[in-house]
Each structure stands twice: as structure tokens, then as C-alpha cells.
Design a protein around this ligand. Structure first.
Ligand code: NCD
Length: 307
């Protein structure tokens, strides 16, 4: 059973095919309006979400399918102590595909091991978030017309930011990519990403604390929120939360064709004045996420023999 737990579960060719399907959905939505007729998606969200859950649900409805859901750890039998494995076996009886978000790293993997339907990781703790990366890739592709030959700045909480880990893994597959990793020293990318991905593949990267100094080099600037819920104490969060606030002044030396991305939610790491700049792509990124999730649901249900 094919599931999507880590972005590396998909080959580069599969990523390219998902982008092509999403673009066809954008061009011909009516062609897909009944593709998932009679099928159900279960969204199991044990952590807060606006975009990811709603875009999965909107995606399934726009494919003509139906949705059943659990929102919030307190409203399901998880609150009574049910294991992730038992939940997976149970939910498999009701649905054709599962999207799960969980605060524990590895929970989506355990779900996939125990489910009898395809499972999509919608974020597992501070580990990874492959479908946000699908949204990011389509956004970069639509803005730049390519996924290679670029310098990508990733800024903010690179330690706990799961979207960052998946994005670096995905982009490290494409040619001539350079990463500039901008964060406070305490919030640097984990070594399982720098050593095991970037260094292993010989991908150039620098780590810095200074966003403005590197701004002129960037083709993509991927801003992130400081992940309050993953901190061990509130004091550290309060000290680090405003490390980077992107405003128009900080963009004065940026390339005219820079693309600014953010997985959202924004707290205050991008000033609202930036929203009107044509380089701001984060709300387009939200919409792109829905199209990529439509493409992914179609792919996984087809591979499971359901379509
Ligand atoms: C991200 C997440 O949940 O990891 N949000 C999202 O899914 N778009 C980023 C975040 O919460 O900061």
C-alpha cells in the first residue's frame, strides 16, 4: 500500500507528475469533478490546523468525494488512551484514504504500518510535513518556471519547523541548488538534515544569523514561524520569537524577482505591508496546496486500485 510519510517516498519523477496533474486540474477543474465519486477521505487531526485540514477536505470535495474527520485529540478515543495503531486499524474500516496530523514524530509512520488504506502524513511533530512541500514545490514552479538553478534562503525556526526539513529534502533532489539557512544559533537545522542530506549529497549550504546580509543572493525566501508548541520552556520562546521580522525595509536589497514563501500561519515574522508586494507568494501557496493535495489523493487512490 503506497502512503506518503516522508517527501522522499516520492521519486523526482513522481513529484514532477504530481505538479503536472495539479496544473491540469487548475486548467480543467471540471474534468476532475467526479473523479473520486463514492470515495471517502478521513482527516485525523490531533494538532491545530486551518490550511492543511481544510485544503485536504476541499480537495476531496472538489474531486467529488466525501470526508469524515476527527479534529482535536480531546474529541476522539485517543483521549481515552487508544493507541495510534488501533486508531489506524479502526479508521481503515470507514474510509478509503487517511490524512493524519499528530504531535508525535513517527505517528504517521505507525498509522501507515497499521492501516489497510493509503496514509498521508499531514505533519508529525517537529519531523516532517510532505504535503506542505508539495504546495511549496508547485508555488516555486509556477513562480519561477523551474525547480533547479536557484539559491533558497530558509529563515526562522529551522530546528522545529517540519516544513523546512521536508522542503530541504525535496529541493536537494534538483540540480544546482544552494541553501542559505538563516536562524538563531539555537534554532539551526538538525544535523539529520545538514549532515545526512546536504553534506551527503554535496549540496552547498551556509548557516547564518543575518538575513539582511544574504538577502541580495536569494531567489526564494522561505520564512517560518517560531514553533512555540515545540519549545521546552516559554522563556526561550519569548526570547527567540521575534528574531526575524521581514518588512519592506529589509527587502530593499532583494532581487526584483525574489519569491517570498511562508507555510503559514504567520505570527509576526512577515509584516502585513509585505503582503501587497508582488514578490509575496504565501497566499498563492495556500491555493497551490489544495491542487497538489487533489493530485496526491488521485495518485494514491489509483495506486491502491480504488479508482
Ligand atoms: C505548518 C505546520 O503545521 O507545520 N503549517 C502548515 O501546515 N501550513 C507551519 C507552522 O505551523 O508553522
Amino acid at each position: 500500500m503506497k502512503s506518503l510519510i516522508d517527501i522522499l517516498d516520492l521519486t523526482t519523477q513522481e513529484l514532477d507528475e504530481l505538479i503536472a496533474t495539479a496544473q491540469d486540474i487548475i486548467a480543467n477543474p471540471a474534468k476532475y469533478a467526479t473523479s473520486c465519486h463514492g470515495k471517502k477521505l478521513a482527516t485525523l487531526f490531533f494538532e491545530p490546523s486551518t490550511r492543511t485540514r481544510m485544503s485536504f477536505e476541499a480537495a476531496m470535495y472538489e474531486l467529488g468525494g466525501n470526508v469524515i474527520s476527527v479534529t482535536g485529540a480531546g474529541t476522539s478515543s485517543a483521549a481515552k488512551g487508544e493507541s495510534v495503531a488501533d486508531t489506524a486499524k479502526t479508521v481503515s474500516c470507514y474510509t478509503d484514504i487517511i490524512a493524519i496530523r499528530h504531535p508525535k514524530e513517527g505517528a504517521a509512520y505507525v498509522t501507515a504500518k497499521n492501516a489497510t488504506v493509503p496514509v498521508i502524513n499531514a505533519g508529525d511533530g517537529g519531523h516532517c510535513h510532505p504535503t506542505q512541500t508539495l504546495a511549496d514545490l508547485l508555488t516555486i514552479y509556477r513562480e519561477k518556471g523551474r525547480l533547479n538553478n536557484m539559491t533558497i534562503g530558509v529563515c526562522g525556526d529551522l530546528k522545529f519547523g517540519r516544513t523546512v526539513h521536508s522542503l530541504i529534502n525535496a529541493m536537494s533532489r534538483y540540480d544546482n541548488i544552494k541553501f542559505i539557512l538563516i536562524s538563531p544559533e539555537e534554532l539551526q537545522v538538525p544535523t539529520y538534515v545538514t549532515k545526512d542530506v546536504l553534506e551527503q549529497k554535496g549540496i552547498p549550504y551556509v548557516q547564518t544569523t543575518d538575513l539582511e546580509a544574504v538577502m541580495p543572493e536569494l531567489d526564494i525566501l522561505y520564512m517560518t514561524r517560531v514553533q512555540r508548541e515545540r519549545f521546552f520552556n516559554e522563556e526561550d520562546y519569548l526570547r527567540l520569537k521575534d528574531s526575524y521580522i521581514l518588512n519592506m525595509d529589509k527587502l530593499k536589497n532583494a532581487k526584483p524577482d525574489l519569491s517570498i514563501l511562508h507555510p503559514l500561519p504567520r505570527v509576526n515574522e512577515i509584516s502585513v505591508a509585505v503582503d501587497d508586494d508582488p514578490r509575496a507568494c504565501y497566499f498563492k501557496q495556500v491555493l497551490n496546496g489544495k491542487y497538489m493535495r487533489m493530485a496526491l489523493i488521485l495518485k494514491l487512490l489509483k495506486e491502491a486500485g480504488q479508482l
